[in-house]
Design a protein around this ligand. Structure first.
Ligand SMILES: Nc1nc2c(ncn2[C@@H]2O[C@H](COP(=O)(O)OP(=O)(O)OP(=O)(O)O)[C@@H](O)[C@H]2O)c(=O)[nH]1
Ligand SMILES: [Mg+2]
Length: 360
């Protein structure tokens, strides 16, 4: 299926991005379309149909609606999702992590392009906790995914830079569902392997791929064993030029280590594979590994169980987020917190007493 493309693909994404970066007031892009007066008339059933028909402009618009913090948009976004829910879930969701500079974006460009050539529809999302601080490394990503961004079978969506990682995560899950409803059958999610983001991404994908560089010994010194235990596959990246011999040695080292680790997915033995995004080697092997994983895991209940568990976890995370938001939104409460904070710092009351006062 070829997607309809009313605007140019690049233009579509760029339009949306500026809206997202516009901040929490939501739809700063295309202001004419989302002027206050017109807010009520977004035709949700039509938008749902257009998204399902693979119209990328509509998909961009739908994602912008999901990312908006405006209450009217929020309500519309949920109605839209509800309409599209029956058409979601039919993709393989792949998380890609690795230290900054491991080559994640370059890998997605090469790997995603190969998948498109194989007839897949590929959506790329990014969860970038650093983008709120740095103003977005996403422009760099865009240039690194130039070929993929132009591909008619691909949809590249930069990460929303909306507040906390928790917030980004919540929106990314819904964005992923929209992409599935639009017919994308492979979802690639890039995240920087620092802090908490990899745990978030692990919680929303089927297959988790860790990109590493040569020198397993050195890497492992600084790498938490934990992140390796999350990975279903390890790519020893930049296996090209003078680096080939070292990369192959590193693969053997990782294979040995993996042997002793708890499997990330029950019933699956994680593997290490060498690859180069520049020379485009190892990419078919990686896809074969992922396909084999899918086949193996789908034949047991693990696939379905994990997805159900992830949805449950998502629900509980949202309850916690909502509780926290609603707690701090109340302006009297904010004032009370400030006063109690002062009393605690001056030693008049204990922290526990301060908390008790807020909840009594
Ligand atoms: N030799 C070699 N260099 C590569 C390869 N893939 C990427 N690079 C280089 O590695 C650098 C980092 O690549 P990116 O794709 O931006 O890495 P990243 O992991 O997405 O980086 P962040 O998004 O900043 O975390 C760039 O200079 C790339 O040209 C590869 O297969 N071989
Ligand atoms: Mg990147």
């Amino acid at each position: 299926m070829e997607r309809t493309d009313h605007s140019s693909q690049d233009k579509g994404s760029l339009n949306v991005r500026s809206g997202v970066e516009g901040g929490h007031d939501g739809m700063t892009i295309k202001p004419k379309r989302f002027k206050k007066k017109k807010q009520a008339v977004v035709d949700i059933p039509k938008l749902a149909t257009d998204v399902r028909n693979g119209d990328r402009t509509s998909l961009s618009k739908a994602i912008t609606l999901i990312e908006s913090a405006n209450n009217v948009h929020k309500e519309q976004a949920q109605r839209l999702l509800q309409e599209l829910l029956p058409y979601t879930g039919n993709s393989i969701r792949i998380g890609i992590t690795g230290v900054p500079g491991a080559g994640k974006s370059s890998f997605i460009e090469a790997f995603g392009t190969m998948l498109c050539e194989m007839g897949k529809q590929v959506a790329v999302l990014a969860i970038d906790p650093s983008s709120t601080l740095s103003g977005g490394s996403i422009l760099g990503d865009k240039t690194r995914m130039e070929e993929l961004s132009r591909n008619k079978s691909a949809f590249v969506r930069p990460s929303p830079s909306a507040g906390t990682l928790g917030g980004v995560h919540k929106k990314s899950r819904e964005t992923m569902l929209l992409c599935e409803a639009a017919g994308y059958d492979v979802i690639l999610i890039e995240t920087v392997g620092v802090g908490q983001s990899e745990t978030y991404v692990r919680g929303m994908v089927d297959f988790f791929l860790l990109l590493v560089l040569t020198g397993a010994g050195d890497e492992l010194q600084g790498m938490k064993k934990g992140i390796m235990e999350l990975a279903d596959g390890i790519v020893v990246h930049k296996c090209d030029g003078d680096n080939v011999r070292m990369a192959k040695k590193t693969v053997r080292e990782y294979m040995q280590i993996l042997h002793f680790l708890q499997p990330a997915t029950p019933g699956w033995m994680s593997k290490a594979i060498p690859a180069s995004s520049i020379e485009k080697t190892g990419l078919t092997e990686i896809w074969e590994m992922i396909s084999q994983f899918e086949q193996t895991i789908k034949s047991s209940s693990v696939w379905e169980d994990r997805r159900l568990e992830q949805t449950k976890e998502w629900f509980h995370t949202m309850i916690r987020d909502t509780l926290i938001d609603s707690f701090f939104q109340n302006s009297d409460r904010k004032y009370q917190v400030k006063l109690l904070e002062e009393a605690i710092l001056e030693g008049q009351i204990t922290v526990t007493q301060g908390v008790s006062k807020l909840f009594s």
